[in-house]
Design a protein around this ligand. Structure first.
Ligand code: BDR
Ligand code: CA
Length: 341
């Protein structure tokens, strides 16, 4: 059985290989197979639109987690984002995952993303409901179906990935790579020490960082350099399509929050930069590094402790983004959003 029709018939059946979105990518060898895991969240939605529109990538499915807003909203927003993507979103299944962190108390970021997580008017409704399968089961089934081929692009707390890795301890050895927006080589944004995605489930982050999975971390030290200022928002709106208009509206709301909280000219494009790291890794500079996650309660709870200078002499467990070509990144984002309806 070949092609999108055959793959659609497998979706959600719980057996056989996971569907592969060849509506976007016709060459089964070339594009990277990717699962998008996140907590939309307006920058998650922009990141997912960027990914769905990119021919280098075939999106196998979307798994939602708790995070910026509660799980029912992030699942709904996953369906909304797929509807926004039009044809390239039509064959992509989406799944509900963890509704809370493994151990820590739940935190949200509705103050930054709005109560709904997607503060824009006139958004489309999901064209279909989420699949019944749990996100962690989908991740397990899909990675096992395509050993060493699947990239997990995570733009929220790492709870779904940690659950999958705990359920199947050999899974990290079968994953091609985890690319995570989270953490920082420096300070945090939710607390002085912790970045939001790390703080929202530090125990899960620790499981993933200690799993041995190939891992790249895109943290605040680079994402805060990529800001959607009014000029960039105008460029997105100027594309003249619905996706550009929605991105502009979301980023306008976001800019207001960032101006007030951080004194920046716009919101930081955290999650879209992590997506770009999958599509065009050359847009960032990478340094192998030992990264440990602080899970002791206290001032440093949720901190990603980055051994920038190798002082621990421990074997690196991640490649950490330490530099970014911001202009080229934004040009990529603009070009790909233009390709959407
Ligand atoms: C991260 O936290 C969330 O609020 C954003 O969606 C992003 O993933 C930035 O710290
Ligand atoms: Ca996010």
């Amino acid at each position: 059985m070949r092609g999108i029709v055959a793959e659609r018939s497998l979706r959600g059946s719980g057996v056989g290989p996971a569907p592969y979105n060849r509506a976007v990518n016709t060459d089964p060898q070339l594009p990277q197979k990717v699962i998008l895991d996140g907590d939309p969240g307006l920058d998650d939605a922009v990141a997912w639109l960027l990914t769905l529109a990119s021919p280098e990538v075939g999106v196998l499915g979307i798994t939602a987690t708790h995070g910026n807003v509660g799980l029912p909203l992030t699942v709904h927003n996953a369906g909304v984002t797929l509807a926004l993507a039009g044809e390239v979103g039509a064959a992509v299944p989406y799944f509900a995952g963890a509704d809370r962190p493994l151990v820590a108390d739940a935190v949200t970021a509705a103050a930054i993303h709005g109560d709904s997580g997607l503060p824009a008017a006139g958004l489309p409704q999901p064209t279909r409901p989420p699949e019944a399968e749990h996100a962690a089961d989908f991740i397990i089934r899909t990675v096992q179906a395509y050993p060493h081929e699947v990239t997990l692009l995570a733009t929220g707390p790492l709870t779904n990935l940690a659950l999958a890795f705990r359920l199947v301890p050999e899974l990290p050895q079968l994953v091609r790579e985890v690319v995570w927006m989270g953490g920082s080589t420096a300070g945090g944004n939710r607390t002085p020490a912790a970045e939001f995605n790390a703080l929202a489930d530090p125990h899960a982050a620790r499981i993933v960082f200690e799993s041995g999975v190939p891992l790249r971390m895109v943290g605040l030290n680079v994402t805060m350099q990529c800001v959607a200022d009014p000029e960039r928002i105008a460029a997105l709106r100027g594309l003249g399509n619905r996706a550009g208009e929605v991105c502009a509206e979301l980023l306008t709301f976001y800019a207001g929050v960032y101006r007030e909280r951080y004194g920046l000219s716009g919101g930081a494009l955290h999650d879209p930069l992590a997506a770009a790291a999958v599509i065009r890794p050359d847009l960032l500079d990478w340094q192998p590094m030992r990264v440990d996650i602080e899970i002791q309660e206290g001032l440093n709870f949720g901190r990603t402790v980055c051994d920038l200078h190798g002082v621990t002499e421990l074997v690196p467990n991640a490649r950490v983004a330490v530099g970014v070509r911001d202009e080229a990144f934004f040009a990529l984002l603009l070009e790909r959003i233009e390709a959407l309806p």
